[in-house]
Design a protein around this ligand. Structure first.
Ligand code: DX5
Ligand code: ZN
Length: 239
């Protein structure tokens, strides 16, 4: 758990013709990471960024690069994305067997970087049961992967709580990341359910003032986290 909830703006919603300016702007507006959505047109019905862009972004920011692989064959690309500059490299559980996912995490850790495992909204939380202790972060999708600007799916709230319970049963506490339709209102809900890192595309970049947008999401997130902790204390007291 981070001491404070971190915001990871997704550059999928940025002005791509001015990407350096956009990244510098979110950096001074209080972003904690930069979220880069890599899509292959196969695992998801969209094509976005690849290795050259990650490499170039690495050169212009000191923020950690949070690379979300929405690709069918993540094991073919682990070292390539780490060499390009990824600090957290996340692959989807639906893209490999538990053995392959554990191998993915081992190879990320061998390079001294953090490994994440992501789930589509329809994937049952138990899918991570055999791999969760290998990972530093679980990314719970709150929209179907592929596009920014979609409506938040509230099923992620229960999924996130179940994933936290699975982690506790394995005596581990990976960071919890929520991705899709997160902004003021939904930030509070996912943070009450255990989220530590919030991916924000439209809620960050579709604003005139990034600093105000990120600060408002942070306030909402901390309100949610405080409510979640309070609820846990009360449950422990009464149940
Ligand atoms: C969707 C991506 C998200 C997306 C988030 O497949 O993984 O990171 O860019 O965008 P918003 O916050 O607009 O839903
Ligand atoms: Zn993403």
């Amino acid at each position: 758990m981070f001491e404070k909830v971190k915001i990871s703006p997704s550059i999928l919603s940025a002005d791509l013709c001015n990407l350096e300016k956009e990244i510098k702007a979110i950096e001074s507006a209080g972003a904690g990471l930069v979220h880069i959505d890599v899509m292959d047109g196969h695992f998801v019905p969209n094509l976005t960024f690849g290795l050259p862009l990650v490499k170039r972004i690495r050169e212009i920011t000191s923020l950690p690069l949070d690379v979300h692989l929405m690709i069918s064959n993540p094991l073919d690309y682990v070292e390539k994305y780490l060499d390009a500059g990824a600090d957290i490299l996340t692959a989807h559980i639906e893209a490999g067997s538990p053995e392959e996912m554990n191998r993915f995490a081992r190879r990320v850790h061998a390079a001294g970087k953090k490994a994440g495992v992501a789930l589509r909204p329809s994937t049952k939380p138990e899918a991570v049961d055999d791999v969760i202790s290998s990972f530093d972060m679980v990314l719970a999708m709150s929209v179907e992967p592929g596009f920014s600007g979609q409506k938040f799916q509230s099923s992620v709230i229960d999924s996130m709580a179940e994933i936290c319970a699975i982690a506790a049963a394995h005596n581990c506490s990976p960071l919890m990341q929520a991705d899709g339709g997160i902004g003021v209102g939904t930030a509070q809900k996912v943070c009450a359910s255990g989220a530590d890192v919030l991916v924000c595309g439209n809620a960050c970049f579709c604003n005139d003032d990034y600093s105000k947008a990120i600060s408002a999401i942070k306030v909402d997130a901390e309100l949610g986290r405080a409510a979640g902790l309070k609820k846990q204390q009360l449950l422990a007291q009464y149940m």
